[in-house]
Design a protein around this ligand. Structure first.
Ligand code: ACO
Length: 177
């Protein structure tokens, strides 16, 4: 189950596992999800095997080394409201990075990039076209270092976007008002 360096988990794959495998999967993912919540100072984990099975539009990429999961990135589509530069509120359907974590002792060794780049390839999208849920200082640093994305616009809904491009044609008011 954890042989691949990066494996893809959608809700139906998790719920389709035999009971025994599903509980092994849950044991690993729940541990990482819990650690992620602590690392981000959230009120509780936002990723677990049980939650993932209910999140129909979400995809989880799991990184593993020597058969042991050591990180994940979860993303999916959401309808969100964003303010443009001129304060116009608009609803946008977009892909969001929802949770992203690498085991503490393995951070800064390229695993985050492996997961993130794999996600971008699967989506066939550039990083500035995504929205980021409650970005942590480490994620902000990661995006600046690897993708030259700086000055994220943290919106009232707690998602950060890079408006110059993200809003282009969606929320960009230039010429429209
Ligand atoms: N302090 C500051 N920046 C860091 C840290 C840290 N402790 N760890 C990673 N970074 C950033 C830096 O830019 C670093 O480059 P540097 O070492 O030259 O300074 C870069 O990430 C390293 O890149 P990778 O090795 O590819 O990334 P890593 O495997 O560390 O994974 C991740 C990045 C997932 C953000 C990881 O640091 C982590 O799990 N952090 C804790 C949880 C977290 O904050 N997750 C993001 C939540 S927001 C969201 O999910 C939308």
């Amino acid at each position: 189950m954890f042989e691949e360096e990066v494996s893809v988990w959608v809700p139906s794959r998790v719920s389709g596992l035999p009971d025994e495998s599903r509980s092994v999967f849950a044991e690993h993912l729940d541990k990482l999800g819990l650690e992620s919540g602590v690392a981000q100072e959230l009120n509780g984990p936002i990723t677990s095997a049980e939650k993932l099975q209910r999140e129909e539009s979400h995809v989880l990429l799991l990184s593993c080394k020597d058969g042991v999961p050591n990180g994940f990135i979860k993303y999916g589509e959401k309808n969100l409201f964003f303010y443009s530069e001129k304060g116009v509120l608009k609803e946008v359907k977009c892909i969001c990075v929802l949770d992203f974590y690498v085991s503490t002792q393995l951070q800064r060794s390229g695993i985050g990039s492996l997961l993130f780049n794999n996600m971008l390839k699967r989506l066939d999208m550039p990083p500035h076209a995504l929205a980021y849920d409650r970005p942590s200082p480490k994620l902000v640093s990661f995006l600046a270092k690897h993708h030259q994305l700086v000055n994220p616009d943290l919106q009232p809904n707690r998602y950060a976007i890079f408006p110059d491009v993200f809003l282009d044609g969606v929320l960009n008011d230039k010429g429209k008002r």
